[in-house]
Design a protein around this ligand. Structure first.
Ligand code: NI
Length: 253
């Protein structure tokens, strides 16, 4: 069930049976020569929608631009400053909380979002803590690749060249979701370099085609389908447990 395809009476009815909602959260940033700019937003969106359809929970619109300042050396990348992202998340959470959502599960697709998302959670909790009142909302962050069993499957499918950015598995997930957007590109070197980075200029110098440690030319829709099925099933179980335990026992982040 998608929020964007629901009417307000339908959301009202949903709230009478569940106060939980899933928010896919990602980034719009370069993903190497054959990866889609939307990869980090599309992966959690594809997985969350399949899980939501399977289990009947509500999926919010995707928070699809995140902290990607280091990717701005490549055309098409869009970033929020971390402070902007944290502020925007307060308004998303506050809006959902106003309607009575009390368990909000963020399925994340971008490593660069982890620090701002966890800071946004602390920012949301802080006024309640300072007033000495319990916050009625519980927030949870889950990176899709850390859903139980997913990383092991990705390593099994891609024993070589999975990498750290523009990974073979994330490109496969998007090719599964959008097979018409597949791109076949020869890449040199076959496996990209690894290392750290600072700003956009440093990133572009260090990783000239955008990839880190990966060979995403291995990506196929069929491999993506296997990854999405594993992630969907793990997410259904995790979200069901989180939504049914508003005592905060399922919270982290
Ligand atoms: Ni990515």
């Amino acid at each position: 069930m998608q929020l964007a395809l629901s009417s307000w009476p339908e959301v009202k009815t949903y709230l009478s049976r569940s106060t939980g909602i899933v928010v896919p959260i990602g980034s719009t940033e370069q993903h190497g020569p054959n990866g889609l700019l939307g990869t980090d937003a599309l992966c959690p969106e594809i997985i969350a929608r399949e899980a939501g359809d399977a289990a009947g929970f509500l999926v919010a619109p995707t928070f699809n631009v995140g902290n990607a300042q280091h990717h701005l050396g490549f055309p098409g990348s869009i970033t929020l400053r971390p402070s902007t992202m944290i502020a925007a998340m307060q308004d998303w959470i506050g809006s959902l909380a106003r309607h009575g959502f009390t368990e909000i599960y963020f399925l994340n697709g971008h490593g660069g979002n982890i620090a701002p998302v966890t800071t946004a959670f602390s920012e949301y909790y802080a006024p309640w803590s300072l007033r000495g009142e319990p916050c009625p909302v519980t927030l949870k962050l889950r990176n899709w690749w850390e859903l139980p069993g997913v990383m092991a499957l990705c390593r099994d499918i891609f024993p070589v060249g999975e990498g750290q950015h523009a990974t073979a598995s994330e490109v496969s997930v998007t090719y599964y979701g959008y097979p018409d957007a597949q791109k076949r590109v020869e890449m040199t070197p076959k496996i990209a370099p690894v290392g750290g980075f600072t700003d956009a200029a440093n990133y572009r110098d260090t990783f000239p085609d955008g990839r880190i440690g990966s060979d995403p030319s291995q990506a196929t829709p069929e491999k993506g389908a296997r990854i999405v099925a594993k992630a969907r099933d793990a997410m259904v179980a995790e979200v069901a447990a989180f939504f049914s335990s508003p005592s905060r026992s399922g919270a982290d982040g």
